[in-house]
Ligand binder design. Structure first.
Ligand code: NAD
Length: 255
C-alpha cells in the first residue's frame, strides 16, 4: 500500500483516465474525492470501484473552470477527510475543427476547462497543502500535444502547451513547501475522448501507424504512472512531463 492514509482529489473522475486513476489511488490505500460534471451515475460507478478497494470515497459535482465550485471541491474534501495530499488535474475536453472556422466560444470553453481549470484546482489545493505543512503532490494530465502540434485541435494544443509551462513554473514556487508538480503526457489512450477516431477504422489505422508500439494505451497504464508520481518514491521528481505514449513522440517527424 503506497498511499495509505493519503487523501486525493481526482477531477473528471467519472470516466476514462480519471476513473482509472481514482481506482488505482484507492487500491494503494488513498481516500478519493471523485470530481465530476453531469451524470452522477458515472461518478457512482467510480465510487463503487473505490469501495471495492476497501477505502472511502465521495463524489462532488464541480466544474473545474468555476472558481467557486473549485473552492467548494477542496472544502468538501477537507471537510470529509480532514486534509488533502494529492490533486490529480485530469478533467479535459477537446473539439476538432479547422483553425479558420474555429468558433471563439469553443476556444474560450476549452481554455477554461483544460488550462484555467488546472490553475484554479492547483491554487486551491496548494493553499490547503501549504497550510497543512506536510508537502503534497499535484499531477496534471497533459498530453503529447503539450509538445506535438495537431491540426484542427489548436485550442487543446494551446491549453496543454500552457499546462506544460504552468507546471514548470509553479513547481519552482511550490518546491520550498515540498509540494511536487508534474505532468503526465499520454499519447493515444482508449477512452471516450477519442470516440471519433475509435469509430473510424481508417483514422484508427493511420493513428496506429504513428505509434511504434502499435496499439492504444490503456487508462490503467496511465493510472500506474500517476500512482508512482503520487507516492513517496517520487519525492525528488518535480517540474517535469512524463510521457506515456508507446513511442509516439519519438516517431513524429521521423520520415
Ligand atoms: P474522458 O472524456 O473520458 O474524460 C474527461 C473527463 O473530464 C470526463 O469525465 C468529463 O465529464 C470531465 N470534464 C469535462 N469538463 C469538465 C469540467 N468543466 N469540470 C470537471 N470535469 C469535467 O477522456 P479521457 O481520455 O479520460 O481524458 C482525461 C484527460 O486525459 C484529459 O485531460 C485529456 O486531455 C487527457 N488525455 C487523454 C488522451 C487520450 O488519448 N484519451 C490523450 C492525452 C491526454
Amino acid at each position: 500500500m503506497r498511499l495509505k492514509k493519503r487523501v486525493a482529489i481526482v477531477t473528471g473522475a467519472a470516466t476514462g483516465i480519471g476513473q482509472a486513476i481514482a481506482v488505482a489511488l484507492a487500491s494503494e490505500g488513498a481516500a478519493v474525492v471523485v470530481d465530476y460534471v453531469g451524470k452522477s451515475q458515472l461518478a457512482d460507478e467510480t465510487l463503487q470501484k473505490i469501495a471495492a478497494a476497501g477505502v472511502q470515497g465521495i463524489s462532488v459535482e464541480a466544474d473545474v473552470s468555476d472558481p467557486a465550485q473549485v473552492q467548494k471541491l477542496v472544502e468538501q474534501a477537507v471537510g470529509k477527510f480532514g486534509k488533502l495530499d494529492i490533486l490529480v488535474n485530469n478533467a479535459g475536453i477537446e473539439f476538432k475543427q479547422p483553425f479558420l472556422d474555429f468558433p471563439f466560444d469553443l476556444w474560450q470553453k476549452i481554455i477554461a476547462v483544460d488550462l484555467t481549470g488546472p490553475w484554479l484546482c492547483a491554487q486551491a489545493a496548494a493553499r490547503q497543502m501549504v497550510k497543512q505543512g506536510n508537502g503534497g503532490r499535484i499531477i496534471n494530465i497533459s498530453s503529447v500535444h503539450e509538445d506535438l502540434p495537431m491540426p484542427t485541435n489548436a485550442p487543446y494544443c494551446a491549453a496543454k502547451g500552457g499546462l506544460r509551462m504552468l507546471t514548470r513554473t509553479i513547481a519552482l514556487e511550490l518546491a520550498p513547501h515540498k509540494i511536487t508538480v508534474n505532468n503526465i503526457g499520454p499519447g493515444a489512450i482508449y477512452t471516450p475522448i477519442d470516440k471519433d477516431v475509435e469509430a473510424d477504422p481508417n483514422m484508427e489505422k493511420q493513428l496506429m501507424a504513428e505509434i511504434p508500439l502499435g496499439r492504444w494505451g490503456r487508462p490503467e497504464e496511465v493510472a500506474e504512472l500517476a500512482v508512482f508520481l503520487a507516492s513517496d518514491a517520487a519525492a525528488y521528481i518535480t517540474g517535469s512531463t512524463h510521457f506515456i505514449d508507446g513511442g509516439m513522440l519519438r516517431m513524429a517527424g521521423s520520415l
